[in-house]
Structures are given as C-alpha cells and as structure tokens.
Design a binder for this molecule. Structure first.
Ligand code: CA
Length: 172
C-alpha cells in the first residue's frame, strides 16, 4: 500500500519523487535558405524539417520557435553552412528580437564552409528562442541531405522556484 509506504518514509520516499522538468530538442535543415531583401521589418525564424529529439515538444520546427516552459539555464548550439558565393550571418534571438549571439562568415568565395556558436541562456517561462538568417541577397544558409545546418538546445538547471518546494512535497 502506497499510503503505508508514505507513512514510513514520508517525503523522502522515492515513489513520491516529482518528475524533473524535461526539455531538449535537436533539429536539422536539409535545404538551403537564400536571403531575400524585404521592406518588411519582420525577422522570420529559420525553420527546420528534421527532428532528432524534441523532448517536451517545446520546439516547433515548422515555425522555428523554441518556447521555454521551465524557467532556468538552457544550453543552445547551432551550426550553419555557408553557401558558395554567399556570406552567412545567423543570429540567436530571444524575446522581442534581442540578439544573443551570432555565427558569421563574410567570405563570399565559392567554398562551402561551416560556422557554429554555443552559449547558455537564462530563460523565463514563455520566452522564445529562434535563429534568424540575415534577409539580404548577399546571405544564405547552406544545407542539403548531409544536414550542414543544425540547432539544438536543452535545459541544464531549472530555476529553484520551478521545482516543487519541500513544503509542496510535505503536502502530497
Ligand atoms: Ca570563410
């Protein structure tokens, strides 16, 4: 009987351990995205078509948006391909369009190359994270079935208030 077990071991009983927050994604693109100049001021997210992992379902590959469900410290990493004769400029964006980091290569040679970036970010609930590729004809993100372009992120440490407090556990 669980009631008896709980009486015996109380809140330290492993049967009553709360499920830790889980949030992790890893996605790839299998096609190139060419930049296009636009008079619009919007900065559309880079989208993806391959999903390796999407634990919690917090990343939407069609929209390119990650939405934080558990406040805490998150690790993000992305690698982008440079298209022949184009430059590459991809920014990691949060919130209302704040730039957090950039992967950049101004080289417009015919070479294909790759650039990457990684960082930890402290996110609040509902905050969004996405990649923005410079919308200009001089820029492109290269990829193909070899999956040059990937984006990954995961929760490292949830904020203390996101986890049940010892008081919450006592009330179980
Ligand atoms: Ca280069």
């Amino acid at each position: 009987c669980l009631c008896l077990l709980f009486t015996l071991c109380g809140p330290v009983c492993p049967l009553y351990a709360p499920t830790p927050p889980r949030s992790a994604f890893s996605v790839a693109r299998t096609s190139t995205m060419m930049g296009h100049s636009s008079r619009l001021q919007d900065k559309p997210p880079l989208t993806f078509d391959v999903e390796y992992v999407n634990i919690g379902g917090h990343f939407n590959k069609s929209s390119g948006l990650f939405t934080c469900h558990f406040p805490g410290a998150y690790f993000f990493a992305f690698t982008v391909g440079k298209h022949p004769r184009k430059a590459v400029s991809v920014k990691l964006m949060t919130g209302k369009g704040e730039v957090q980091a950039i992967a950049f290569d101004e080289d417009t040679s015919k070479r294909r190359e790759m650039q990457s970036q990684s960082l930890l970010l402290s996110l609040h609930r509902g905050e969004r994270v996405w990649l923005y590729s410079q919308q200009d004809e001089r820029y492109a993100v290269y990829s193909n079935q070899g999956r040059y372009t990937t984006f990954s992120g995961f929760l490292v440490y949830p904020d203390p208030e996101a986890a049940p407090t010892s008081q919450d556990r006592t009330q179980l």
